[in-house]
Design a protein around this ligand. Structure first.
Ligand code: SF4
Length: 473
């Protein structure tokens, strides 16, 4: 585990205000989801999950076919598809277009894909203004923070924090009433929507057979961002595809329920291409940016590529005991929680944060609630194996390997094992029945670290075998 990861975790678990905010917010989302997928209201919930998993598996296995179909249909509706390898290519495209159209102001609706490539920072470096219009994202942009949660980006902020941020950055009077805070944000953002040259959105789904992008949201800001400005650019990862519009019936039923416990989000928009003749709103130009950024690398791994089925509902975060303790900002990339733990090493490299796949109790809660049935615990185990293999190649885990070899050697010799246990029981320094450290030179780096974080009970004075022998005698 890197020092930065360790430090962030420490900061979060020792902050009672933050702990309360995370527990309260995730607890509320857990309750809402539970009610929304209950047998009484959605008896076919498990079948929907199976179906969603099958559709995603089929799509990912035939991604090339569906991507071509999508491009054909987007083009047929007057849009343009732009293929980008990484964040730099996305920014280059947007900057070039902005220059050609003399655009200065961008309004953005919430999109984890653009967070993933630091799009705001990239375009702002070149003089464009890019404003987040989702309330949570807007608060975080003002606070210069990244999202804390996939679905509820400002989950860790209380209304008092928001009052501080608005007062400091917008120069308004301090306001602690949530409805009034919303009004303040709305009055600023309305002006931005009206003046914006470009609207940027993500996409919850890309529908191959109709060339449409689908956006689900609760605030209406995505609808405004995609229809008010003259240019709409949707930036989406290539894995967001589903084959047919009718498949949406399955995914929309699952997404809202898993994310916020809503049967459907307040707004569901299907957008295909620019405004057509006779239509009263919509952009003049529509671009769909399809981003790879490591996804084809994940695709190559037949076992772990199921991570690409994710529909970013956030349910695995809410139910993860680790996320609920260490929060979203402890994670080393924008994607946090169990889904972050399985995609970060695959996108960023196995050793990007080697402690990440190990930061899990493997309780399986994530897999139980995942609406597309991603086997997160199994992927975590596979990633742990990959990390150990990579460390062995680099020779960075020599001591650990040596310790395990010795352990295995002793374990295969019952007499020796018994003697070692007896010695450990008699030598173990303990005042309270737990071993807190080892004597002298044995109490080194990883061993000391391990003991400082875990309860290791002192071995029983007599082993099971000794007790058994005694009993028989
Ligand atoms: S992995 Fe599953 S539960 Fe987690 S965000 Fe993705 S779809 Fe939701």
């Amino acid at each position: 585990m890197s020092a930065a990861f360790d430090q962030k975790i420490h900061e979060t678990v020792t902050d009672p205000r933050l702990q309360l905010a995370i527990y309260t917010a995730t607890g509320r989302l857990i309750e809402k989801r539970r009610g929304a997928v209950d047998d009484a209201v959605l008896p076919d919930y498990q079948e929907l999950r199976t179906q969603a998993n099958a559709v995603k598996q089929h799509t990912i296995e035939n991604l090339d076919f569906y991507l071509e179909q999508l491009e054909e249909n987007v083009t047929a509706h007057g849009g343009k598809v732009v293929w980008c390898q990484d964040g730099a290519e996305v920014a280059d495209f947007i900057l070039k277009l902005a220059k050609e159209r003399q655009a200065h102001l961008i309004v953005k609706s919430k999109s984890m894909t653009t967070e993933e490539i630091d799009l705001n920072e990239r375009v702002e470096k070149h003089g464009l203004e890019s404003v987040e219009t989702d309330l949570g994202e807007y608060i975080l942009q003002l606070a210069h923070e990244r999202p804390y949660h996939i679905v509820a980006p400002a989950l860790h902020k209380t209304r008092y924090d928001v009052a501080d941020i608005f007062e400091r950055t917008l120069g308004v009077e301090r306001e602690e009433v949530i409805e009034k805070q919303t009004k303040i944000a709305r009055s600023v953002l309305r002006q931005k929507f009206l003046a914006a040259d470009i609207g940027i959105s993500g996409a919850n789904f890309l529908v191959a057979d109709s060339g449409a992008i689908v956006l689900v949201e609760n605030e209406g800001n995505a609808r405004l961002s995609t229809t008010a400005p003259k240019i709409h650019i949707a930036v989406a990862g290539i894995e967001k595809l589903i084959p047919r519009a009718q498949d949406l019936a399955v995914f929309l039923k699952l997404l809202g329920r898993s994310a916020t416990g809503q049967p459907l989000t307040v707004y569901t928009s299907m957008l295909s291409g620019p405004r057509r003749e006779g239509e009263i709103d919509g952009p003049d130009e529509f671009y769909l940016v399809l981003l790879d950024n490591g996804r084809t690398k994940v695709l190559a791994d037949e076992e772990k590529r199921q991570a690409l089925y994710c529909i970013r509902c956030g349910a695995c975060l809410n139910h993860c005991p680790v996320y609920r303790k260490i929060g979203g900002h402890s994670f080393p990339w924008v994607y946090s929680g169990p889904i972050g733990a399985i995609i970060t090493p695959q996108f960023m490299g196995t050793l990007h944060e080697p402690g990440l796949p190990f930061a899990s109790s493997l309780c399986g809660a994530c897999a139980e609630v995942c609406p597309v049935k991603i086997d997160i615990p199994q992927i975590l185990l596979d990633l742990r194996a990959d990390i150990k293999e990579a460390e062995t190649k680099q020779g960075t885990n020599r001591w650990e390997r040596l310790a395990f070899r010795m352990w295995s050697w002793v374990m295969r010799r019952p007499k020796l094992y018994e003697m070692a246990s007896m010695m450990a029981a008699s030598l173990a320094p303990s005042n309270d029945g737990y071993i807190r450290n080892l004597p002298g030179p044995m109490n080194v780096g990883p061993v000391a670290g391990w003991l400082s974080q875990r309860d290791l009970p002192v071995p029983a004075a007599r082993s099971f075998r000794q007790q058994w022998r005694r009993r028989r005698r």
